[in-house]
Design a protein around this ligand. Structure first.
Ligand code: ADP
Ligand code: MG
Length: 478
């Protein structure tokens, strides 16, 4: 039996407003527990929520970026359940009338093709608090700093067919919210997290199978592993005569497996109803146009521009636009050295490799775009070769200063003086008479040997093109 995987994702993104969605308390991460929870967040009697306008603007920008319908009127609803970290006994969310509906995101697949993933809806809601288990015995601590933090929940259509596609979609959405500047997307801090709905069906069948929902995945790697585990589990279950039950599961990264949390029978009945404390959100056409004007250049458009303006391949343009920071960095390097392809190679190559090794973010890079541009300009004007440039780059990375200073201090300038190169070639030829004879009697491969010797003698500083040209002439006995 051939099985097909079906996946739909629900992604919670924290919006990066200064204050909470319905109160003036700060949203900053990492404060001492309960220092950023005001009377509204605590759900004290007699308080009323007031909607933060910035939250609405950010949701509209997201809706426009995914080509969705922005609801002229959306409604907040109470989602009722009981949990210690939810002081009011309900979460304010949106239910029947969300702010954003029917958008899509195009993802790039490994074979180079694109696939459109539908976005069913995106709605606004408040986050809950956190239960703290560490540092307490026979007790649980409750931290309500996160209560009331603005979230947008983005629900996809069940359009993905593999864990890889799900990760591609999640990455694309992650890049998008960061491009838009509506979320910091910090996954360690929970600002971007995902519930994955997974089912399998015999290939060719049109109805979907029963799904399991894996909650709270906060890394791309976990999403991929959790889905792959879950697909195997469901297939094994069905093939051994069982049936998949609709349930909520949790992924355990230490054991790399998913475990049942609650079945559909135990699922909460949320008793949604419109929140009488809040007015409907009314959005006018002018508001939408104002938000549209604030949209930055989006990843797909930037990628197209990188292809047409800089002559980059689709693959390179895709890599460089994967994050707005990297794209900006590349553009600054390209402008500074006036050599976009060279800039692209270095930014994706040595620069990204060094960044990965250091585990630092781009913002902490010890080599600024201007500094890298100066280095690449020295390759362009033939002061140094590409190979020597790597040595200079390493020195720059470890804080030895700017390219020009390092080239000067280490005496790395390329030798382009023909007479000097000829002299070294003559020395090399004189020192290797038998190789010379073999070369002249037809062993062409030895040309590389001579090039190597000359480069070695000049510590890599001879201009490689010149060495090739002069050496060929000399070896032929001209
Ligand atoms: P709920 O509100 O119970 O979570 P929804 O119908 O809103 O259910 O679906 C939630 C998510 O589950 C959506 O992303 C949707 O695409 C996905 N989904 C629905 N049915 C399936 C299925 N059979 N297999 C995989 N994903 C599914
Ligand atoms: Mg759900």
């Amino acid at each position: 039996m051939q099985w097909e995987t079906v996946i739909g994702l629900e992604i919670h993104t924290q919006l990066n407003t200064v204050s909470k969605i319905f109160s003036g308390a700060a949203t900053a991460y990492g404060a001492e527990p309960n220092r950023q929870a005001c009377a509204v967040d605590l759900g004290l009697p007699g308080v009323l929520p007031v909607l933060n306008a910035a939250v609405v603007e950010k949701a509209v920008m997201l809706g426009l970026a995914i080509d969705a319908r922005i609801a002229p009127r959306s409604v907040f609803a109470r989602k009722n359940y009981f949990y210690p970290d939810l002081p009011k006994g309900y979460q304010i969310s949106q239910y029947e009338l969300p702010i954003v509906e029917q958008g899509y995101l195009d993802i790039d697949l490994e074979d180079g093709s694109r696939k459109r993933i539908g976005v069913t809806r995106a709605h606004l809601e408040e986050d809950a608090g956190k239960s703290l288990h560490e540092g307490f015995t026979a007790m649980t601590g409750i931290d309500l700093n996160r209560a009331g933090t603005p979230l947008v929940e983005i629900v996809s259509e069940p359009d993905m067919r593999s864990a890889k596609e799900a990760v591609a979609y999640m990455k694309k959405l992650h890049a998008l919210v960061r491009y838009l500047g509506i979320s910091d997307g910090n996954m360690q801090e929970g600002s971007f997290r995902c519930d994955a709905n997974v089912s399998v069906r015999p290939r060719g069948r049109t109805e979907f199978g029963t799904r399991a929902e894996i909650k709270n995945l906060n890394s791309f790697r976990f999403v991929e592993r959790a889905i792959n585990f879950e697909v195997e589990r469901q297939i094994d279950l069905i093939e051994s005569g069982g049936t998949v039950v609709q349930e909520t599961r949790l992924y355990d990264p230490d054991r790399d497996e998913t475990r049942s949390m609650r079945s559909k029978e135990e699922a909460n009945d949320y008793r949604y109803f419109p929140d009488p404390d809040l007015l409907p959100v009314v959005i006018h056409a002018e508001d939408i146009e104002a938000a549209r004007r604030r949209l930055p250049e989006l990843p797909d458009a930037k990628r197209e521009r990188f292809i047409s303006a800089y002559g980059l391949s689709a693959y390179d343009a895709g890599s460089l636009t994967a994050s707005r920071e990297l794209a900006d960095y590349f553009e600054a390097v390209a402008a500074g050295c006036n050599a976009p392809k060279l800039a692209a190679n270095w930014v994706m190559g040595d620069f990204s490799a060094a960044l990965n090794r250091s585990e630092a973010g781009l913002a902490q890079s010890p080599v600024s775009a201007e500094a890298l541009a100066q280095l690449l300009s020295r390759i362009q004007d033939e002061t140094i070769s590409g190979k020597i440039a790597k040595e200079v780059f390493d020195a720059m990375w470890s804080g030895e200063g700017e390219a020009d200073a390092i080239i000067e201090a280490r005496g790395l300038k390329q030798i382009t003086d023909t007479a000097a190169i000829d002299a070294i070639i003559d020395e090399v030829i004189a020192a290797n008479p038998s190789q010379l004879e073999q070369y002249r009697s037809g062993k062409d491969k030895l040309f590389g040997f001579f090039v190597g010797q000359v480069m070695k003698k000049t510590r890599g500083q001879a201009n490689p093109a010149q060495v090739n040209e002069r050496l060929r002439a000399r070896l032929q006995g001209d």
